[in-house]
Design a protein around this ligand. Structure first.
Ligand code: DCB
Length: 300
């Protein structure tokens, strides 16, 4: 199936399924960048084109908010983000604008900045069919829940985006690093075109998380795997969990769950798809790590 934007148009959620403009099911697969504040070079057009050449239909731009990201350096990050989004549009790919909360564990913490950012960016890209909004990467921390923190945040953010764009697909992270999708399914949002986000790391997460995903889907909640890794949940260690990853890939394929792999970055860590010495610009197969070589065979 041709998974370009020109062939599929605006995606929407039909029941729990992601479908194209002809209401045909579509599964997007691709890469997530690493932190935009650290590796902007691997979000340029050559970088995204390299993933497309290997079969990716989706690119996720992980714009960290904390850790010297958008909150402390808004202009630089916004400029790099826009450049990356425009490159993905030129390449006829779907692109996720990811408000990558992590150390700032509760989405409420930077809510006002998030509202101002998404107001501006969804006005800029209103009606552009490539663009998908992810409003909070991974809420975490024991006291952060769907009901108390994430859902109210999502209601406000979705209202901001919907002012400019009635139909864009919106992705909403869930508690416990985007694992408690079953909790979200108990009190879904009212919006007509959103999915909740699940994330897995093959060395850390298996059946328990798969069950949470099936529970959520059985309750009627659509799921998007906007980030997953071949390693343990810290992105490090020294093992690429191929067998466990294959189980997850089959699980997602059976359910038509779209995904992006962490990460198209060159940090010296096992989850990175690029070798540490990789510079932006001229990408070849030689640049890929063990994880990268493996993941690049998995695009559907
Ligand atoms: C997620 C985050 C992502 C993080 C990866 C791997 O975090 F969305 O930002 O990436 O998964 O842990 C890592 C980078 C490192 C960087 C670190 C902090 O690979 O280079 O130093 O972010 O910026 C998760 C996911 C799951 C779980 C925990 C984390 N979990 N976490 O299940 O416990 O703590 O970051």
């Amino acid at each position: 199936m041709n998974k370009s934007v020109s062939a599929n148009g605006r995606l929407h959620v039909n029941g729990i399924d992601l479908v194209n403009e002809r209401n045909e099911m579509i599964q997007l697969t691709g890469m997530s960048s690493h932190g935009l504040q650290w590796y902007p070079e691997h979000t340029k057009k050559e970088a995204i084109a390299f993933t497309k050449k290997h079969g990716a239909s989706l690119f996720r731009i992980a714009m960290y908010t904390d850790e010297e990201g958008y909150i402390s350096h808004p202009e630089e990050n916004k400029k790099n983000l826009i450049e990356a989004v425009n490159a993905a549009i030129d390449l006829d790919m779907y692109v996720i604008i990811d408000w990558h909360i992590l150390a700032d564990n509760n989405p409420q913490q930077n809510k006002e900045a998030a509202k101002a950012f998404f107001d501006e960016i969804s006005r800029k890209y209103a009606g552009i069919k490539n663009v998908i909004y992810e409003i909070c990467n991974e809420p975490n921390g024991e006291d952060v829940t769907w009901e108390k923190d994430i859902r109210p945040y999502a209601v406000e953010l979705i209202e901001v985006i919907r002012k400019h764009d009635k139909d864009a697909l919106i992705l909403v992270g869930t508690a416990c690093w985007s694992q408690f999708v079953d909790e979200a399914a108990k009190h879904p949002l009212e919006d007509h075109n959103y999915m909740c986000v699940a994330h897995f790391y093959a060395g850390s997460h298996g059946e328990e998380l798969m069950n949470r995903i099936d529970t959520a889907r059985n309750a009627g909640l659509g799921i998007f795997m906007s980030e997953w890794g071949t390693t343990t949940a810290d992105g490090k260690g020294d093992t690429v969990f191929e067998e466990e990853t294959r189980k997850w890939i089959a699980f997602m394929k059976e359910r038509n769950i779209s995904w992006a792999n962490w990460s198209f970055g060159s940090r010296d860590e096992t989850s990175a798809a690029l070798k540490p010495e990789t510079k932006g610009g001229a990408y070849t197969e030689e640049c890929l790590t063990k994880s990268g070589r493996f993941v690049f065979t998995l695009f559907e």
